[in-house]
Design a protein around this ligand. Sequence first.
Ligand code: NAD
Ligand code: UD1
Length: 349
Amino acid sequence: MKGTVLVTGGAGYIGSHACVELIEAGYSVVIVDNLNNSKHESVNRVTEITGKPIDFYPYDAREKQDLTEVFQHHSIDAVIHFAGLKAVGESAKIPAYYYDNNLNSTLILLEVMKEQNVNKLVFSSSATVYGEPSTVPISEDFPLSATNAYGRTKLFIEEILRDMANADKLNQVDSPLKIALLRYFNPVGAHKSGRIGEDPNGIPNNLMPYISQVAVGKLDKLSIFGNDYPTRDGTGVRDYIHVVDLAKGHVKAVDYLLHMDESKSECHAYNLGTGHGVSVLEMVNTFMQVTGQTIEYRFAERRPGDVAECYANPTKANNILKWHAEKNLEDMMRDTWRWQKNNPKGYED
Ligand code: NAD
Ligand code: UD1
């Protein structure tokens, strides 16, 4: 066994895939998830895929006593903090809830980690911290900004984590914080088993689940938000990354932090993307080719807050974490469709 990783938000979309990859890489996994945007069934299915039991705690990461109990029951070597609320539109309507959940869960987690002498943390950040980038591809040293409350929670947490790591350096603590801020581009796809995948509540906001729900007959027609962007076909361009590649990036980040010199403090950001931009029309056409399904669509107004193009320069993660995205667009489409077709109602099936 390589070590034990506490995964907050491990019942969620990316967290459940990360648990599979961690277990397959030889880690044991403990999950804390209050199930506010997920189902316990995802944890059962991770166990089914890996054949390994998982310690699951249905706790809120803001509850200090509960979190302390978990650290006292397990010898935790590193933490991956996925737990958070992520809906951009909702964050504009109930920002206080977003700030409370996302910031306080991180602050409490840091407090408990300090008390329990755990100093390695991987944090789920987002390409949203680049705001409206002036050029593409985007490198980690680009200026940071946010265009909505959700994005600001990610930006603020990154700043807090940098301050905490710097404080450990200034105070010359024996085992200072070692932090990887992973900035995800657009996660899509599902595990190849078709047993775990993305299960959004209500009507999806994001492109990939919208397309797959049109294909399965849950939704009528896709609206493509804007066909007059200065891109190769006029539709928005993004860096779609297979969720299993993304999950493997977390394993690499944990490996990296666990092998660092114990006396060194560190807080670095890494882009997790493929480095390739794909347009909305290319996504729709590839989905149709790969799955044989027809996707009805119409062109609609641009969605406020959208940028024309957003894709990563992932060189830093390639070089330092020794991580590369391996799966292609066809894999993303095939795996999304297998999950959607086998689970038309998500985990309720
Ligand atoms: P998700 O909603 O599927 O997973 C998040 C999990 O955290 C859920 O299972 C939820 O129940 C849990 N959770 C939320 N608040 C909690 C709390 N206070 N205590 C305990 N559990 C809590 O989302 P996801 O897509 O898997 O995203 C995981 C992380 O990655 C989030 O922090 C999100 O902001 C970030 N992220 C996601 C994307 C994306 O496109 N999916 C992109 C960039 C960043
Ligand atoms: C969105 C969020 C971003 C968040 C990310 C992951 C916004 C403005 N941005 O990113 O903060 O980190 O999700 O959760 O909400 N599209 C359509 N029709 C649809 C849905 C999307 O044409 O029904 C287009 C969009 O205009 C965009 C592309 O598809 O060009 C991808 O959209 P989406 O999947 O929502 O991701 P982002 O906008 O990149």
